[in-house]
Design a protein around this ligand. Structure first.
Ligand code: SF4
Length: 280
C-alpha cells in the first residue's frame, strides 16, 4: 500500500491544465504538420500553416492555443493499492483546476447552473471519470474540451440490424452536420457499445488516444481508416473552407452491449485536441 497526499494531485493537475492549454501533444503537432503537406487545397495548406504558426506563438509566449480553454475533463486511474490522505480527492482535483486556470490566465468557461448561468469564476467544477486499476499509482489524464466541437457531438441508439454500415454512416453524418462549426480539422472520438452513458464516455476517452495509433482490434482499425477516408472526401476541409483534410483521425473504442441495442456516440473535437497525462 502506497500513501499519496492529495496535495500532490492538486500540484499535478495545476501543471496539466497549463501545459495542455499552452502546447499540443507531439502526435497532434505532427498530424497538423503532415496535413499541411498532404492537403490538396491551397487555401487549406495556408490554414494548416497558420495553425502551426499559432502553436509556435502560444508556446513561445506562454499563452493558450485557443481562447476557449475548455471545460476540464479528467480520466483518473487510481491504483487499488493507493491510500489517498490529506483530504478529498475530487476537491484536490478541483483545487488544481482553480489554480491552473487562474495562475495560467486561462479563460473561465464554466457556469454553476446550466440554466441560471452564473460563471463560477475559476473553471470549476471539472468533469472527472474515475477508474480503479491494479497498482499503486494514480494516473491523471486531462482533456480540456472546447464547446464549439462539443456542441456538435451526437449519440445514436441504433438497432442491431443497422450493423457496421449503420455505424459508419452515423459517424459520417455527425461530421457532415458539424461542418465548419466544429473548427476542423477534427479528431473524431467514437464509442460503440455499452449503454447510453458508457458509449459517450468511451467516445470522450477515444479523443485522448494518440493521433496515428489505431485500435488493436483488426476490424475496428479498418473501420477507423475507412471512416476517416469517407470524412476527408466530404470536402469540408480545414476551417470548413474546403479541402481534402477534414479530420486528422477517427479513434474508435468498443465495449460489450445488450442484445437489443447498438449505442454509438460521436464526440467531435477540433484541431485543438488537448490531452496530457501524468503519473503521481
Ligand atoms: S472548438 Fe476548439 S478551436 Fe474552436 S473555439 Fe473551441 S477550443 Fe477553439
Amino acid at each position: 500500500m502506497r500513501t499519496i497526499d492529495v496535495s500532490e494531485i492538486t500540484k499535478a493537475v495545476k501543471g496539466l491544465c497549463i501545459d495542455a492549454n499552452y502546447t499540443l501533444s507531439p502526435d497532434m503537432k505532427d498530424a497538423i504538420c503532415k496535413a499541411e503537406q498532404n492537403e490538396e487545397s491551397e487555401l487549406g495548406r495556408k490554414i494548416f500553416s497558420q495553425l502551426q504558426e499559432n502553436l509556435k506563438i502560444a508556446k513561445e509566449e506562454n499563452i493558450p492555443i485557443c481562447q476557449d480553454t475548455g471545460m476540464a475533463v479528467f480520466f483518473v486511474n487510481i491504483g487499488q493499492d493507493v491510500h489517498l490522505e490529506g483530504g478529498d480527492a475530487t476537491d484536490a482535483i478541483n483545487e488544481g483546476v482553480r489554480q491552473g486556470y487562474i495562475d495560467g490566465y486561462l479563460r473561465k468557461s464554466v457556469v454553476k447552473d446550466p440554466l441560471i448561468r452564473e460563471n463560477t469564476g475559476d473553471n470549476t467544477p471539472a468533469v472527472i471519470h474515475y477508474n480503479i486499476v491494479p497498482g499503486e499509482n494514480v494516473e491523471i489524464t486531462i482533456a480540456p474540451k472546447g464547446f464549439g466541437s462539443e456542441n456538435m457531438s451526437k449519440i445514436y441508439m441504433l438497432k442491431p440490424a443497422d450493423g457496421i454500415n449503420g455505424v459508419k454512416d452515423a459517424i459520417v453524418a455527425a461530421v457532415k452536420e458539424a461542418g465548419p462549426n466544429a473548427c476542423p480539422p477534427m479528431v473524431v472520438g467514437v464509442g460503440i457499445g455499452g449503454t447510453f452513458e458508457k458509449c459517450a464516455i468511451m467516445a470522450k476517452e477515444a479523443l485522448t488516444r494518440k493521433v496515428g495509433e489505431y485500435s488493436d482490434i483488426q476490424y475496428v482499425k479498418e473501420m477507423e481508416e475507412e471512416v476517416l477516408d469517407r470524412i476527408n472526401k466530404t470536402g469540408i476541409g480545414p476551417g470548413g473552407l474546403g479541402g481534402s483534410i477534414t479530420a486528422l483521425a477517427v479513434n474508435i473504442n468498443t465495449y460489450p452491449t445488450h442484445i437489443a441495442g447498438l449505442p454509438v456516440a460521436v464526440n467531435i473535437c477540433c484541431h485543438v485536441n488537448r490531452h496530457r497525462s501524468v503519473v503521481v
